[in-house]
Write a protein that binds this ligand. Structure first.
Ligand SMILES: *Cc1c(COP(=O)(O)O)cnc(C)c1O
Length: 241
């Protein structure tokens, strides 16, 4: 605990999640520190981010552009690595490419092209993941397993994007076996891309309810929101900018 402060509820929950991640990593026989925690702060205020930053958390995930930009403005003095994890509308690729370090939700060539054009300049390449949809739900964004290879080959040609791996949001399930089967499907696509020569190191999968199953299937980034910050009270709808 830094600064001798009494850890508040958010800090305690964050610590508990970190302990849970360590336990799952050990259980899976994986090396310590092979899984990174992305704290998903959507619908929670900048003050909550600041609290976790003071405890040592550096990677934060946001879904809604306008909300994220406001928090970034407020927290600009902090060394935070910002990850965009929400659906991407093509008219928002410019600010997303300019204001985030990572984008997990690239699911079509048009979006990749627009992010590539908007990045450029003096910025480092944007770190990206392809979002894959393994549950086949129509409502979910993400490319199919069949289309992932072509999209990866496309992104490889774009100089301002660096493809790091895959992201997925499987259909929610209470059954750990079913959860693991879906994460396994993501892992298979990842392994296929590796075999095709893509230099990947990131499997972004697992959330509050299912991160242990994701870790068993090789997740390297787990995206945890409500289990740290509490229930989201604000409606998480995007406002137009
Ligand atoms: C909201 C969200 C999360 C976090 O979900 P929790 O269930 O609150 O942990 C993770 N990933 C994405 C893409 C999200 O939109």
């Amino acid at each position: 605990m830094k600064n001798g402060r009494i850890m508040n509820t958010i800090g305690k929950r964050w610590q508990a999640i970190r302990t849970g991640i360590d336990a799952a990593v050990l259980d899976a026989g994986r090396s310590p520190d092979s899984v990174s925690l992305l704290a998903v702060s959507k619908a929670h205020p900048a003050s909550a981010i600041r609290e976790l930053h003071a405890l040592g958390q550096r990677r934060f995930g946001e879904n809604y552009l306008q909300e994220a930009l406001a928090k970034q403005e407020e927290l600009q003095s902090l060394d935070i690595e910002w990850h965009f994890i929400g659906p991407i509308q093509s008219n928002k690729t410019q600010p997303i490419a300019q204001h985030f370090d990572w984008v997990h939700s690239v699911d079509r060539a048009k979006i990749a092209d627009r992010l590539n054009i908007a990045r450029g300049g003096t910025l480092q390449p944007l770190q990206v993941c392809i979002q894959v949809n393994v549950s086949g739900e129509e409502s979910k964004s993400g490319t199919s397993a069949a289309d992932a290879t072509a999209l990866a080959d496309h992104i490889r040609q774009l100089p301002n994007l660096r493809l790091r791996g895959l992201m997925s949001i499987p259909a929610p399930s209470d059954d750990p076996t079913e959860q693991q089967a879906q994460f396994h499907a993501v892992r298979k696509i990842y392994d296929h891309l590796l075999s095709e020569g893509h230099a990947l190191d990131t499997l972004s999968m697992g959330m509050s309810e299912d991160f242990p199953a994701a870790i068993r299937e090789g997740a390297t980034i787990v995206r945890v929101g409500s289990a740290i910050f509490g229930a989201r009270i604000k409606p998480t709808t995007e406002q137009s900018i």
